[in-house]
Ligand binder design. Structure first.
Ligand code: BGC
Length: 357
């Protein structure tokens, strides 16, 4: 029975792992198929591929050089084209809200049937919703968490606007739980206090705020004493994550038990810094991220990163596209859809399972 339970758990976790690997494999495939998009990564601009039929959909992404949003936008475009034969006009806002506003006007002028926006600034959501609503064009927000009061307004004013989100509190909680699964509940140097470094995403982002807050809350809720040695904003970016980790390591070295990173790109950078500092990741220090990038899942298998949390860009793409199409067809939709995160801790799972077999 015990064995069966373990096998079931193993199956579920392997499923999570496969999902993660599949997501990442999608990344690699997309990358090679969409060279023109990659070459325009650095500048705000155009990437328009149109097919003969289906609704014209305008999509604006906050920045093309964001590793996770590369996966998301490729998946979204592919799903819209394959499922709805949509003509997708994809644009890079390049981190500039004014540029994104201009792109929205372009979508309206070119008579798009629907718009999908990954906002540069979360606070622009109300204005963007008004602009598309006044033009009579349904809108779906992705990868952002518009305020509840804003979402209520869409409903009250019968606006064809929806939002596909994830619960960043859930992601943070999972990160904390992943650390708790390690010997000494993550207190690697057994001094009774879990001393950590926090590498955060963009300032002002709810995802950064809640992943930070809830990862530590999971530890304190489990009765673990914590102390923050260092924290910094790495803007979701690998190089910045690496720089911050290097800074923390040079100041606090072996005192650090855990380096929490709000996403995997920064965790991959932090891992490089740990290795360059001559420490053994997974032994001298634990690392944890969010997204389940293929590279990170590889490090988890090698025991270098304790775990990550799958940010299901495939589920989010499908939900966003299906919702937009429903709105275009004049059907009702919720103002908010939540897509679950999934914990990915492959290395420890493989280990447990082998022991049981
Ligand atoms: C992802 C990050 C990404 C950010 C962009 C988050 O949901 O986890 O990897 O950089 O979105 O806004």
């Amino acid at each position: 029975m015990k064995c069966l339970i373990r096998r079931t758990a193993f199956f579920f976790l392997v499923l999570a792992a496969v999902l993660a690997a599949g997501a990442a494999a999608g990344c690699a495939g997309e990358k090679s198929q969409s060279k023109p998009a990659e070459s325009s990564d650095k500048e705000a601009g155009t990437e328009g591929i149109e097919t003969e039929e289906g609704p014209k959909i305008g999509i604006s992404i906050y920045r093309y050089d964001d590793t996770f949003m590369k996966l998301y936008r490729s998946e979204l475009k592919q799903y819209l084209e394959e499922t709805y034969h949509a003509q997708v006009i994809m644009r890079n806002a390049g981190g500039d809200q004014k540029e994104q506003d201009r792109q929205i006007r372009e979508f309206i002028d070119s008579k798009c049937a629907g718009i999908i926006i990954n906002p540069v600034e979360a606070s622009a959501a109300g204005r963007i919703a008004d602009t598309s609503s006044q033009a009579g064009i349904p809108l779906v927000f992705i990868n952002s968490e518009p305020d509840e009061s804003e979402r209520n307004r869409w409903k009250e004013q019968h606006m064809a606007v929806s939002s596909v989100e994830t619960d960043s509190k859930q992601a943070g909680t999972y990160q904390g739980e992943i650390i708790l699964e390690n010997p000494g509940k993550g207190d690697k140097n057994h001094d009774g206090i879990l001393s950590y470094v926090m590498i955060k995403g963009e300032a002002g982002s709810d995802a950064a705020r809640y992943r930070t807050e809830y990862s530590i809350k999971a530890l304190t809720d489990a009765g673990v004493k914590t102390e923050e040695l260092f924290s910094g904003t790495g803007n979701w970016n690998r190089e910045e994550g690496k720089k911050l980790a290097a800074q923390a390591l040079s100041t606090y070295g072996p005192r650090i038990d855990v380096i929490f990173c709000n996403n995997d790109a920064m965790a991959n950078g932090a891992l490089e810094a740990v290795e360059e500092a001559g420490m053994t990741p997974g032994k001298d220090v634990y690392l944890v991220g969010v997204d389940a990038l293929q590279e990170t899942v590889g490090y988890i298998k090698e025991g270098k990163i304790a775990g990550t949390v799958l940010n299901d860009h495939q589920g989010q793409s499908k939900t966003a596209a299906d919702t937009l199409i429903r709105l275009i067809q004049g059907e009702d939709a919720e103002t908010r859809y939540l897509v679950d995160y999934i914990k990915v801790t492959m290395n420890s799972t493989f280990h447990n399972w082998k022991g049981d077999d």
